[in-house]
Structure formats: C-alpha cells, structure tokens
Design a binder for this molecule. Structure first.
Ligand code: MG
Length: 402
C-alpha cells in the first residue's frame, strides 16, 4: 500500500494570490489541490499546515471518501469556508493522484464523459452601455455561446463586475476599497442596459447577468420580471442566500431563471434551494464546497430536482480548481454552464494547464489525473501580497452587500 509521505502548502502571487496543496506518496506520485480563499488566503494555509498536514502523513491516498469523512467529521467543527476549502484541497489532490496511478484522466474515474466539452460563459463589461456592447461583440467574435453582461450604473462608482484594464481583479488593494452603491439607480438602469444588448445582438446566444447578492427578495422579483422578455440564461445571486426560503418569494414573482452558490461551502447551504426547486442553477465550486467528492454529491442531489450546474469559475480560483471543475462538468448529466475568466499569462508561468478553450467550451486534458502542473521555482518568484475584496456602502454611508 502506498502512503502519503509529504504535503506541502505553496503560496504564490503571480498576478493574484493562490494557495495550493501538493501531496506526495511513497510511490513518488504527486497531486495538486487548490486551497485559495480570496482575501482570506493565509487562514486556509494555516489550517492546512498546522492542522491537516500532520493528519495526512502515513495515510492511504486511495481512500478518498474515507479521508473526506475523517477530515469533516473528525474536526468536530463542521462547515465554513476555511474548513471546507482546506478539505477541498486534500480531496482534489487525492483525485489527481488516483488518476495518475490509474493512468486515467479524472473524468474517467468519475464515470466517463457525458459530453466532450463544457460550455463556458465569458465576462463582457463596460464603463458605459456603448463599451459593454463592444465587449459583447468581442466575446461573440471569440466564439462564446454564453456571455455575462455588466455595465457601470451611471452615478454609481461601486457597480459590480466592470473591468478596468485588461483583467478584472476586484481584490486589488492592500486594504479594502470602499465602493458606493445605489440600489435605486441600479434597478432603473439594468433592464434597459441588457435590453440594448438583446436589441443589438438578438437572441442567438445565452445572456447572463450577476446581481452579486445586492437586492432584497422584493427588489429581485421586480428585476426578474423586468428581465423576462430578454430571456436571460440566468439572473445570478439576486439576494444573499443565508435565508434560503427568501428565494421562494423571488420564484413566485418571476420566471427568469435563478442561479446562486458561489459562496456556498456545503450541501446544507443549498439543500432547501434544491429540494424545493427555488433555483435553476447551483453555482458551488470545487474549491469552496469541499472538493470533487462533495461537489459531486451536491450536483447529484440537484439532478433529482432538475437543477442544473453552473460552477463559479472566476480567477479567484486557481487553474487546478478550474481543471477539476471541467473534469466534473463533462461527467454530470445535469451540467448547465461553466464560468470562465482566463487566468493571466503570469499565472500560467506558475500553473501549466492542459484544458483547451474551443468554440466557447472548455475541453479537459486527457492526461492522467487533472492535467495541471505547478512550477515551484516559478511560484517562488511571486511572493504573497495581502489583498482584500472591496466593501460596499449605501449612499447614506451604511455597509451594504458587496
Ligand atoms: Mg458571481
């Protein structure tokens, strides 16, 4: 029996911060797991280094489900983003190792492909509607079949999802930037903004929009109704989801499809949303929802209720996560779409990936395991830099959901 002989936490900042766990076995096989929690990276690194790594040494890398149960139930303190991201890193690295030992890509370990590639959506944005329309045109020219559209709300400098420069990176400052937000201005602006996208480009592509948890259920219901004639693929994160039953009110108000889940950590965060069919798409990710093992469980529950998948895939998760997501995406019957923001060239100096973007879809590498390599010498050239996500404030100065 092979055993785990080493587990190393690698922190690197090639353009943005990533935490990666590298597990080594007595047979010399290595596996990678993403442990990046944007803006709170070092908490997960410490959880891994101080508390999980000592538990891994000498254990059997083959027993992935048992390891998951051991780390989840064994902690006594369950769930939460730090714990679940750390467990995800171990879980993902063990799937990578199992694939390499078996000589199979992870998608074959998961039952084989149900589709060759995973349709992705790209992020079009603009400081004005005119700029957004140009950016939508650019994504259409690149072959994207699904496009998220966001534009700056006039007079609202805290508009979500608008790119400044070549790469959108909200966690850009050493201390949190505070951004002003007006819900009233946004609600007046968003339907006409997206309406102009449909007017110019028609309906032959999927149009998505992210509300970023900023509305009440009443406001979200009203916005969803205004979006109905635009036939959105989804309206994302209409309201914070701690109160799962609040989605029932949005559901009653509108037929616009609803997606949520990028901040979810476990199946318990979405159990009611799924089993009562209060959402159409579950957006939990490999890295923040307990790894391939647990996310697959969430996706299977969702399948029973005709809820489809739409995993979070911003650059706040590493190429290891994205690769794991694509391996899972191509296997599940209820796949919907995969979010995709290309990582920067700097990031790819550290992470060598095998997945490929073609015709608006990501195709997983057929190499054994996840098909990602981390260049540790390159990683060492990019030391950690403290960065925070912004904080939102209403126009009266009080804190709002960012
Ligand atoms: Mg989002």
């Amino acid at each position: 029996m092979a055993t785990i002989t080493g587990a190393k936490v690698i922190i690197t900042s090639p353009g943005r911060n990533f935490v990666t766990l590298k597990i080594t076995t007595s047979d010399g096989v290595t596996g990678l797991g993403d442990a990046t929690l944007n803006g709170r990276e070092l908490a997960v690194a410490a959880y891994l280094r101080d508390h999980l790594v000592p538990l891994l040494i000498g254990r059997d890398p083959d027993r992935i489900e048992d390891m998951w149960q051991y780390l989840y139930k064994g902690a006594y303190w369950r769930r939460g983003p730090v714990t679940m991201t750390a467990i995800a890193a171990v879980d993902t690295a063990l799937w990578d190792i199992k694939g390499k030992v078996a000589g199979m890509p992870v998608y074959d370990l998961l039952g084989g492909r149900a589709r060759d590639g995973a349709m992705v959506y790209g992020h079009a944005s603009g400081g004005s509607v005119a700029e957004l329309l140009d950016d939508v045109a650019r994504f259409r020219d690149l072959g994207y079949r699904a496009i998220r559209a966001q534009a700056a709300v006039p007079g609202s400098p805290g508009s979500y999802g608008v790119r400044h420069g070549a790469i959108y990176e909200p966690a850009a400052t050493a201390l949190p930037e505070e951004q002003l937000w007006s819900t009233e201005d946004y609600l007046d602006f968003a339907p006409s903004c997206l309406g102009q996208v449909r007017e110019k480009f028609g309906f032959d592509f999927h149009l998505l929009h992210d509300v970023h948890h900023r509305l009440t259920p009443t406001e979200a219901g009203r916005l969803g109704r205004a979006f109905e004639e635009l036939r959105l693929f989804w309206m994302e994160d209409p309201t914070p989801a701690e109160l799962q039953e609040s989605f029932r009110q949005i559901r009653r108000a509108t037929t616009t499809p609803i997606a949520v889940g990028e901040v979810f950590n476990s199946i318990w965060d979405c159990q009611q949303l799924i089993t009562e069919r209060l959402i159409d798409y579950i957006r939990a990710s490999v890295v923040h929802a307990g790894g391939i093992t647990h996310l697959r469980r969430i996706f299977h529950l969702a399948e029973l209720y005709q809820v489809r998948t739409g995993s979070h895939g911003a650059t706040d998760l590493s190429p290891v996560s994205l690769s794991a997501a694509v391996h899972l995406d191509v296997t599940v019957p209820n796949f919907g779409v995969q979010e995709y923001m290309a990582h920067s060239p700097l990031t790819h100096e550290v992470f060598r990936t095998g997945y490929e973007l073609r015709d608006g879809a990501l195709y997983p590498s057929s190499a054994p395991g996840l098909g990602v390599e981390l260049d540790e010498e390159a990683a060492a050239r990019f030391p950690y830099e403290p960065k925070y996500l912004p904080v939102g404030r209403r126009t009266d100065g009080s804190v709002h959901d960012w």
